[in-house]
Design a protein around this ligand. Structure first.
Ligand SMILES: [Zn+2]
Length: 141
């Protein structure tokens, strides 16, 4: 997941979103949508939201953002802008699972559930936490 950089290509926008969501979760960082159009998907650190409680940032300014756009010629989604690191990591850890949707979790654990139907929520929680250092609620798991 640390191989995402400017120029990285994905087949579909959904693959971009899943990769970025998991990358963000592994950094305990969250993002907010700036732009979502047929040819563009852009997000930025959720701490840049004007309504984000500034006191939680302790003076840290995080300029993390990324933009992917569909390439007219190849039809692939390319990362055209990529800020490598969040500076806010740790400031919003408790909200880190907000972007980890059930869809992402399903993609992650489905192969295991198929192998072993007894693979229960608590193991899902433990696995997600071990791999991405994110705690997800029991219901979401
Ligand atoms: Zn950030």
């Amino acid at each position: 997941m640390d191989s995402i950089r400017e120029g990285t290509c994905f087949k579909k926008n959904e693959e971009v979103q899943q990769a970025i969501t998991l990358w963000s979760a592994s950094k305990a960082a969250t993002f907010r949508l700036i732009e979502s159009r047929p040819m563009t998907w852009a997000i930025e650190c959720s701490t840049k939201d004007p309504s984000y409680p500034q006191e939680r940032l302790h003076g840290v300014y995080c300029n993390w953002s990324m933009r992917a756009s569909k390439q007219a010629i190849f039809g692939k989604w390319k990362i055209v802008k990529w800020v490598p690191e969040h500076r806010c990591t740790g400031a919003n850890v408790s909200r880190a699972d907000r972007n980890v949707t059930s869809t992402v979790i399903v993609a992650l654990i489905f192969p295991k559930v198929r192998e072993d139907p007894a693979y229960a929520s608590k193991f899902i929680q433990a696995d997600v936490h071990r791999e991405y250092r994110v705690r997800v609620g029991y219901k979401k798991a």
